[in-house]
Write a protein of this length. Structure first.
Length: 186
């Protein structure tokens, strides 16, 4: 089986208490994980806490884990406030569900962008934008209500994000995680 790296990898120290990676933007449906110096148990999610009952990777071992469907979508409008409302192009629907955690990029001013916000509402009913055309909008838990200029969409995108958590059974170690495209026999 061969791997094609996607995006940047992350590395973090592991110990007998759960440790968590930085935020990772989901760009592939597969994650390759390497536990360098200690046995590790790995969890993946929006804010995971690893336990010894989670997926086991022996010291020096590797695993390729499924991340599920990649969710990303172009943004055509942003409404600021104590929660931020995101508009998608007419007729596209929404790839996201309530509870997904997302990052918003490509919007000016930069203070409107966020790396980690939960989707709190998805509204795909009629007449959701000025002019009465059909589009989907969703709300994220991101406060953009103070001190920002009106938003402009340069190349806006909303993308699902995740984190990796790991715990060792004994001692400390290093965990490397890299999104990959998998080709060939498994």
């Amino acid at each position: 089986m061969t791997h094609n790296p996607v995006g940047n990898g992350v590395s973090f120290s592991t110990a007998t208490t759960s440790a968590q990676s930085s935020i990772i933007a989901k760009q592939s449906d597969s994650l390759r994980v390497v536990s360098v110096t200690a046995d590790a148990h790995v969890a993946i999610g929006t804010n995971p806490v690893a336990a010894i009952t989670d997926y086991y990777i022996p010291a020096g071992g590797t695993a390729t884990l499924s991340l599920g469907t990649v969710k990303s979508q172009k943004v055509v409008g942003v409404t600021t406030g104590t929660s931020t409302i995101i508009d998608f192009p007419e007729g596209t629907g929404s790839a996201f569900d309530v509870g997904d955690v997302v990052q918003l990029t490509g919007i000016s001013p930069a203070g409107i962008n966020t790396t980690y916000a939960a989707v709190t509402n998805v509204n795909d009913g009629a007449d959701r934008a000025a002019g009465g055309y059909f589009n989907t909008r969703l709300t994220i838990a991101h406060d953009t209500s103070s001190g920002l200029d009106a938003p402009t969409d340069n190349d806006g995108e909303l993308r699902q994000v995740f984190k990796v958590a790991a715990i060792t059974t004994v001692g400390t170690g290093i965990l490397h995680a890299q999104q990959v495209q998998v080709t060939g026999d498994a």
